[in-house]
Design a protein around this ligand. Structure first.
Ligand code: FMN
Length: 361
C-alpha cells in the first residue's frame, strides 16, 4: 500500500513520488529532469526558451538517460502584434540606463522571445511522446490539443483561480496545477489580468479541489516537507516545486541569480512585468524598483524583454543582477542546496515522516 494519502497523480503519471519538479524556462537543464525522474518524481522540461531543434536535442539527452516518465512544458500564449509606439516609449524609458552603461540607446536589440506552442513543437511531441505535456497560460487551440492527446500524453495546465480551473476541466485536461500567488516565475493566469485579486496557495488549492473532479497539483511557496504535507491536507494529489530546484547544481542559472536566491527572504520578491511584459515573481532588484515592479509602459508579452538584454549582459559581466530576471517564489529561504535527486527523495521522505507524526497525535 502506498504511504501517500492520495495516489491519483502517482497512478495517472506512473511515478513513485508525488513531486513534480517545475518546468523553469531558462533554468531547468535536461540533467535536472533526468535526476528527478530517475528519483521517482516527474522531471519537467520547459520549452519556452528553446527552438524546435534545441528541444529535440534536450529530449534526445533525456530519453537516452532515463526510461522514466517525463513532462514537456510549453507556453500557450498568442504572439502580439508589434506595437512600434509602445516599443519606442519603452526604449525611451530605458534610455538613461543605456547611457549609464555606455551603450547606444538606439542600438538594435533581440526580439525578447518566449515561443508559444505551435504545430512544429507539436511534431516534436508526436515524435518523442513525453508521458505528460503541461501548458502555461491556458491551452493552445483545440486542434493542437487533439494532436497532443492522440500521442497518449496526459495533459495538465496551470490555474490561478477557480474559474481558470473550471475552464481547463471543461476542456478535458487530466489534472490541474493550482498555482498560488507565492509561486516563482510567470503567473499562469489566462482568464484574468488582475494581479490584485490573485489567490494564495492555501486558499486556492482546497477551492479548486472542491470545484473540479480531476486531481489537483499544488504549486507556489512549497519548499519543504511541511509544505507538501499541507498540500495533501488541503486535498492536493501532488505538488509542483520550482524555486527549491534553483538551488541544485543542475540549475542552469547565472551566478547573480544564485547569489540573489541565497540572500532571499520571505519578503524579498515581488510580481513584475518589466522583464517580459507579463507578471512574474522574482527577487526585487534595481530595474524592478525603479521602473516597476508593475508598469503600463512594458510592451505586451513576450516583447518587453529584448530591450533589457544588452543592459542585463553589461551588468552580469560585472557581477550585478540589476537587470536580470531573478525569478523566485516566496519560499526560497526554505530551500536546501542539494542535488536534484537527493532533494526529490529528501522532500518526499520529510513529508511522509511528518504526515505519520501528525496521524499519531
Ligand atoms: C525560474 C522559474 C522559471 C519558471 N518557468 C516556468 C515555465 O517555463 N513554465 C511553467 O509552466 N512554469 C514556470 N515557472 C513556474 C513553475 O512551474 C511553478 O509553478 C512555480 O515555480 C512554483 O512555485 P515555487 O517557485 O514557489 O516552487 C517558473 C518558475 C521559476 C521559479
Amino acid at each position: 500500500m502506498s504511504q501517500w494519502p492520495d495516489t491519483r497523480i502517482l497512478d495517472l503519471f506512473c511515478i513513485d513520488l508525488p513531486i513534480l519538479q517545475a518546468p523553469m524556462a531558462g533554468a531547468t537543464s535536461p540533467e535536472m529532469v533526468i535526476a528527478v525522474s530517475e528519483a521517482g518524481g516527474l522531471g519537467s522540461l520547459p520549452s519556452a526558451q528553446y527552438n524546435v531543434e534545441q528541444l529535440r536535442i534536450a529530449l534526445d539527452t533525456i530519453r537516452a538517460a532515463t526510461k522514466k516518465p517525463v513532462n514537456v512544458n510549453f507556453f500557450s500564449h498568442t504572439m502580439p502584434e508589434i506595437d512600434p509606439g509602445r516599443q519606442t516609449a519603452w526604449r525611451t524609458r530605458l534610455a538613461p540606463y543605456y547611457i549609464e552603461a555606455g551603450l547606444d540607446p538606439a542600438m538594435s536589440v533581440p526580439a525578447g522571445g518566449r515561443a508559444p506552442f505551435d504545430s512544429f513543437f507539436c511534431e516534436v511531441v508526436e515524435a518523442y511522446r513525453p508521458e505528460v505535456v503541461s501548458f502555461h497560460f491556458g491551452l493552445p487551440d483545440v486542434e493542437l490539443v487533439r494532436r497532443v492527446r492522440a500521442t497518449g500524453a496526459k495533459i495538465i495546465s496551470s490555474a490561478t483561480t477557480v474559474a481558470e480551473a473550471r475552464w481547463l476541466a471543461d476542456r478535458g485536461v487530466d489534472a490541474i496545477i493550482a498555482m498560488g500567488f507565492e509561486a516563482g516565475g510567470h503567473r499562469g493566469n489566462f482568464l484574468t489580468q488582475d494581479m490584485a485579486t490573485q489567490v494564495g496557495t492555501m486558499a486556492l488549492v482546497p477551492q479548486i479541489v472542491d470545484a473540479v473532479k480531476i486531481p489537483v497539483i499544488a504549486a507556489g511557496g512549497i519548499g519543504d516537507g511541511r509544505g507538501i504535507a499541507a498540500a495533501f491536507a488541503l486535498g492536493a494529489s501532488a505538488v509542483q516545486i520550482g524555486t527549491s530546484y534553483l538551488f541544485t547544481p543542475e540549475a542552469n542559472i547565472p551566478p547573480v541569480h544564485r547569489a540573489a536566491l541565497e540572500h532571499a527572504g520571505d519578503d524579498t520578491t515581488a510580481l513584475t512585468n518589466v522583464f517580459t511584459g507579463r507578471p512574474a515573481r522574482g527577487v526585487m532588484n534595481r530595474i524592478m524598483r525603479e521602473v516597476g515592479p508593475l508598469t503600463d509602459l512594458a510592451p505586451a508579452f513576450p516583447t518587453a524583454g529584448g530591450a533589457l538584454a544588452p543592459l542585463r549582459a553589461e551588468a552580469e559581466a560585472i557581477g550585478s543582477g540589476d537587470f536580470t530576471n531573478l525569478w523566485s517564489g516566496q519560499a526560497a529561504k526554505l530551500a536546501q542546496p542539494l542535488p536534484s535527486s537527493e532533494l526529490t527523495i529528501g522532500l518526499a521522505n520529510e513529508a511522509i515522516a511528518l504526515m505519520k507524526r501528525l496521524a499519531r497525535r
